[in-house]
Design a protein. Structure first.
Length: 415
């Protein structure tokens, strides 16, 4: 008997008595279609014709398994992965408690933070506690706690307790949902449908190790030089770790790591407040009564980013540190004044142009700037390699400065 006819006969005999699983059939058909080897493709297309044209999908299952076994003898891949992002998304619906540890390199140092999350019955975050021993200048150590409609911040260096933050992104400088695997999965699923990401599922790791999901971004897209690696527990489908990389000089460099643990280990609700933690002489400021940031109005993202940086330096030039603070992290005036360490801004040399952050989890803009300073009678050039500007309030499209990278050096021949 001709080998092809023999395969067909076996499939026909087996397919008569089997039931159906549409989802599995659909995945197998996609695997068959994805075959790019002419030697493999011809017999598998014969199997496809038998499955799809002669029998119900219910009767196809065993026939497919046999066809794949025969295909594997020709060097083909056996049985495509059954895992999909939806499996992890469903797993997070039952998660109510979660602990997150973040680390990211900054120069020769590694900065770390910890986050405790409480979720509702559907896996959505309702309370949060974030703390880091150092988040950069001028803040230093930072702790944030509260529910999602109102957060408090504790800045130990300044003995300051800020209340009434409606959106913690004002202080974080990044989208809070970066700490939330469920929201990330929802976003990735939508991005995959829109062909905005490329997913690669690696099931070849040992069975006692997490499966690996790699997310990359199409060439020509804003985030083309970034990738994420998700480590997914095989037993629970929960994410144990996410690594984020950025390509520099043709190599992917690790930028940030999130480790997720303590799933459904109940957290004491006192963690989500600062009750009994703050000193008696703490200075408390109600941020709900403070004018914050700059509304976008008719400006483009690039224009509003440049304008808020301009207004910040203009306010600092006139020693209006209250306004400068409103624009920078909604910080109290004394914190901003302290950051300038007695320097006087004599001239703003340049602002912009602003450009979008390429980080796939960021909606921020970056804007460079230069200014001339006077400190103790000597002149210096201040270079803001970037000022990071983010949306603090979505409804009114209000932006704030939420970070910066600044260097200062003497001006030769002037002092």
């Amino acid at each position: 008997m001709n080998p092809d006819n023999n395969i067909e006969k076996k499939l026909e005999d087996l397919a008569n008595n089997i039931g159906s699983d549409d989802k599995l059939v659909e995945k197998v058909m996609k695997q068959i279609d994805a075959s790019d080897s002419p030697e493999k493709h011809e017999p598998m297309q014969k199997i496809r014709r038998i499955v799809m044209n002669r029998y119900s999908k219910l009767a196809a299952i065993l026939a497919i398994f046999m066809g794949l076994a025969i295909w594997s003898q020709m060097g083909g891949e056996v049985i495509p992965s059954a895992y999909a992002l939806h499996d992890s998304l469903e797993a997070y619906n039952s998660i109510k408690w979660l602990y997150v540890k973040e680390s990211h390199p900054v120069g020769n140092q590694t900065r770390t933070s910890e986050t405790w999350l409480q979720c509702d019955d559907y896996g959505n975050i309702i309370r949060l506690r974030f703390q880091t021993p150092y988040c950069g200048e001028p803040i230093g150590s930072l702790a944030i706690a509260g529910s999602f409609d109102s957060f408090d911040a504790w800045i130990q260096r300044y003995n300051t307790h800020l209340t009434g933050y409606g959106n913690p992104s004002e202080i974080f400088g990044f989208d809070i949902t970066e700490l939330d695997p469920k929201t990330l999965l929802e976003k990735l699923i939508q991005q995959e449908k829109a062909e905005q990401i490329i997913l690669d599922f690696n099931e070849s790791t040992p069975k006692n190790e997490p499966r690996i999901v790699t997310i990359t971004y199409p060439q020509g897209s804003l985030s083309q030089n970034w990738k994420k690696v998700l480590y997914v527990d095989r037993a629970t489908n929960l994410i144990s770790k996410i690594e984020k990389f950025q390509k520099r000089n043709d190599q992917f460099i690790l930028k940030k790591t999130h480790e997720f643990s303590g799933y459904n280990d109940q957290i004491d609700l006192s963690m989500f407040t600062f009750d009994d933690e703050l000193p008696d002489n703490v200075k408390t400021i109600d941020m709900s009564a403070v004018e914050v940031g700059l509304e976008q109005g008719d400006m483009t993202d690039e224009e509003v980013a440049a304008e808020i940086v301009r207004q910040f330096f203009e306010a600092a030039m006139t020693n209006d540190f209250e306004r400068a603070g409103q624009l920078y992290l909604a910080a109290p005036d004394y914190m901003v004044k302290n950051a300038f360490m007695g320097a006087n801004i004599l001239e703003i040399s340049s602002i912009g142009p602003a450009y979008p952050d390429t980080d796939p989890d960021s909606k921020a803009m970056f804007c460079p700037a230069k200014a001339i300073l006077e400190i103790g009678g000597e002149h210096y050039e201040l270079t803001a390699n970037w000022m990071k500007v983010n949306v603090a309030e979505e409804t009114s499209k209000t932006w704030v400065i939420c970070g910066s990278s600044i260097t200062v050096k003497p001006i030769a021949g002037v002092n």
